[in-house]
Design a protein around this ligand. Structure first.
Ligand SMILES: NC(=O)C1=CN([C@@H]2O[C@H](COP(=O)(O)OP(=O)(O)OC[C@H]3O[C@@H](n4cnc5c(N)ncnc54)[C@H](O)[C@@H]3O)[C@@H](O)[C@H]2O)C=CC1
Ligand SMILES: O=C1O[C@H](COP(=O)(O)O)[C@@H](O)[C@H](O)[C@H]1O
Length: 300
């Protein structure tokens, strides 16, 4: 892609996984309402390409999307316990502002960070916990209707509908990635659901890279690694985007330690190493919590 790529929510967990994997690959324009410390910004991104703005600020967003070829839209409230007023503003209105500005500016490709919580309602008492286990063959594939398990999930389903609308009305290519559970270096520890929907950092960067390079119209795909435990199919991501994940939560113990027989080097050269130095202030697994949102209670 010759034109710049706008990344909203660039300072967060997903944004940093993408930038650390693909920092050198694109001409980035970064937007976040929190100023980004230098350690979170790839080399070569100038001050002019760093926007400190809220995504509900229409004028700032219009300026940020001018002349970009693609948008990866991550900014929003990521909490599954987020209250309605927050998801309405940050996730629904914010996504509408960013998508409309992108469509009106003639942006070619738009990748939207949807969530597993858009379909959390399929995890019924009858299906769980078997659903989270490798022997179980139940699969969601992206063609099913949304079935949110909370208001945060409702806001993500709304974002997917906005994407459908802006694809149909403006012919913008839109891919909604129902992201699973992103953690760095190892799958979520002692958490079956999390291990079934693990998305490793390098698979995350690779998946969004495919969202920028592939040709598609409107797609809903699942964003998880190639986990043995899974109830989301990644076939559509493979077919439509050319997604080819490298990681599998089965290569780790339930406690999150690499298994001794794991071939750690096997896929080591498939994707570029992290392209700029790690943020020394950042804990190994998480970026600091967004100061504007209190943490989800069970994430403490
Ligand atoms: N981390 C995960 O495992 C998953 C994340 N997602 C989605 O991916 C996206 C990114 O999530 P994370 O990186 O985990 O969250 P995060 O909280 O680490 O990062 C979000 C970033 O967006 C910025 N932001 C929030 N509201 C904003 C607004 N109104 N205007 C401008 N900037 C704003 C924050 O300052 C922060 O830097 C979210 O939309 C989330 O719902 C979906 C599924 C799983
Ligand atoms: O959408 C999201 O999902 C992940 C995984 O959900 P969880 O219920 O298993 O924690 C969550 O970690 C992330 O914060 C959220 O944005």
């Amino acid at each position: 892609m010759d034109e710049p790529v706008l990344l909203t929510g660039a300072g967060g967990r997903v944004g940093q996984a993408i930038l650390r994997g693909l920092g050198d690959e694109y001409d980035w324009r970064l937007l976040d309402r929190e100023p980004l410390p230098a350690a979170k910004v790839p080399d070569g991104v100038t001050d002019a390409d760093r926007y400190v703005a809220d995504i509900t600020d229409e004028r700032a967003v219009r300026e940020a999307v001018a002349d970009v070829g693609a948008v990866i839209h991550l900014a929003g409230d990521p909490r599954k316990t987020a209250p309605w007023d927050s998801v309405l503003r940050n996730n629904i209105d914010g996504t509408q502002v960013v998508m409309r500005a992108a469509a009106e500016a003639g942006v070619e490709k738009f990748a939207f960070a949807s969530s597993n919580h858009a379909v959390g309602g399929y995890e019924t008492a009858e299906r769980t916990p078997d659903l989270y286990r490798a022997e179980d063959d139940y699969r969601l594939d992206g063609s099913e209707l949304p079935r949110p398990g909370n208001l945060y999930g409702v806001s993500k389903a709304a974002g997917e509908s906005l994407g459908r609308f802006y694809h149909d009305e403006f012919d913008m290519s839109v891919v909604c990635v129902r992201v699973g559970n992103l953690t760095k270096d190892h799958p979520p520890r002692e958490y079956e659901r999390g291990q079934a929907m693990w998305l490793s950092h390098r698979d995350c960067a690779h998946l969004f890279d495919r969202c920028l390079r592939a040709e598609y119209g409107y797609e809903i795909v699942y964003g998880i690694s190639d986990n043995d435990r899974r109830y989301y199919s990644i076939e559509r991501a493979r077919e439509a985007l050319g997604y080819d994940p490298a990681d599998n939560s089965a290569d780790y113990t339930f406690e999150g330690e690499p298994k001794p027989d794991r071939d750690a080097e096997a896929d080591g050269d498939r994707y570029a190493p992290e392209s700029f130095a790690p943020d020394a202030d950042r804990p190994a697994n998480e970026s600091p919590a967004d100061p504007n949102f209190p943490a989800d209670p069970d994430d403490a």
